[in-house]
Write a protein that binds this ligand. Structure first.
Ligand code: PMP
Length: 284
């Protein structure tokens, strides 16, 4: 049984309970982060903490994230649960007002803070060699996808639609242009150039995206940050997706059409190798 963290306490997972009035439960009024653990160390920790603070501030939470305290909790959970490869999930909600009301509770209402570990093979998965198949569908999420909220119903429905069609994931479209995957940022490669949507309220500002684009620069690869259409994706030489726990994952098929050779591409592969190298050096 896992040891989890809830509001200042380390507890067995079956003893960690929150109120039925919690704003996260009633209003999806919560934000989250997922930090990858590799060799028992945290990957990209500071990026996740910065984005957490930004999500909270954008939603007008009266909470200042304490980096050192958060780091200590993450490390304690890795140790107590003996995690070598996996993730730490962190969620904060606007707390428990003791009733249901659309208006925010008083500013001094304590936030709810939950962290738990998930074991997952991160390196050497079948995806690296086989790649993923995606379908496209209209992006019906709200307009502030840059905030990492727990409102994940549409991405969850999209993932299920993909599975029903024999695919692994969905790339979501806004006016025919790809926004992102259900839980990852989307990229295509054409004539050696990497194309990925520019940062705005339309997509999550991926921690992995930032690091992978820095790796592309180190490798002197050309990058164009702009929206691309799904038709451009069909015609791409290569496609891939990035996320904290997937690093770069090759996309070999979109809407039943093979991308490039239909095999994982070399650009994504080179980026993955350098990403792992750089981030292992910086892991804490
Ligand atoms: N977009 C969405 C919608 C996501 O849920 C995620 C994963 N949290 C990402 C992109 C990738 O972000 P990161 O690299 O920070 O995991």
């Amino acid at each position: 049984m896992r040891t989890v963290f809830l509001n200042g306490k380390y507890l067995p997972e079956n003893e960690a309970n929150i109120s039925i009035f919690d704003r996260g439960f009633l209003f999806a009024d919560g934000v989250y982060e997922v930090t990858t653990v590799l060799d028992g160390k945290l990957i990209g920790f500071d990026g996740h903490i910065e984005r957490l603070q930004r999500s909270l501030s954008e939603l007008k939470y009266n909470f200042k994230v304490d980096r050192e305290e958060m780091l200590a909790i993450h490390r304690e959970l890795v140790t107590r649960n003996n995690i070598d490869q996996g993730m730490i999930y962190l969620q904060m909600t606007r707390g428990n007002p003791g009733d249901r009301d659309f208006a925010f509770p008083p500013a001094d209402t304590p936030v709810t803070m939950v962290l738990f570990t998930q074991e997952k093979q991160i390196i050497g998965t079948a995806i690296e060699t086989k790649g993923l198949k995606v379908i496209s569908l209209d992006d019906l999420r709200w307009g502030r996808r840059d905030i990492k909220t727990v409102q994940l119903l549409f991405p969850s429905l999209a993932k299920m639609e993909a599975k029903a069609k024999g695919a692994d994931d969905a790339w979501m479209l806004q006016d025919g242009f790809v926004t992102e995957g259900t839980s990852n940022n989307a990229y295509i490669v054409k004539n050696g150039k990497i194309i990925t949507r520019d940062l705005s309220n339309d997509i999550l500002h991926g921690i992995t995206r930032k690091s992978v684009l820095a790796c592309a620069k180190l490798l002197q690869m050309e990058v164009e940050e702009r929206p691309f259409t799904i038709e451009e994706a069909y015609e791409a030489d290569e496609a891939f997706a990035t996320s904290a726990s997937g690093f770069t994952n090759p996309i070999v098929e979109i809407d039943g059409k093979a991308i490039g050779t239909g095999k994982p591409g070399s650009v994504g592969d080179k980026l993955r190798t350098l990403y792992i190298e750089e981030n292992m050096k910086a892991a804490i």
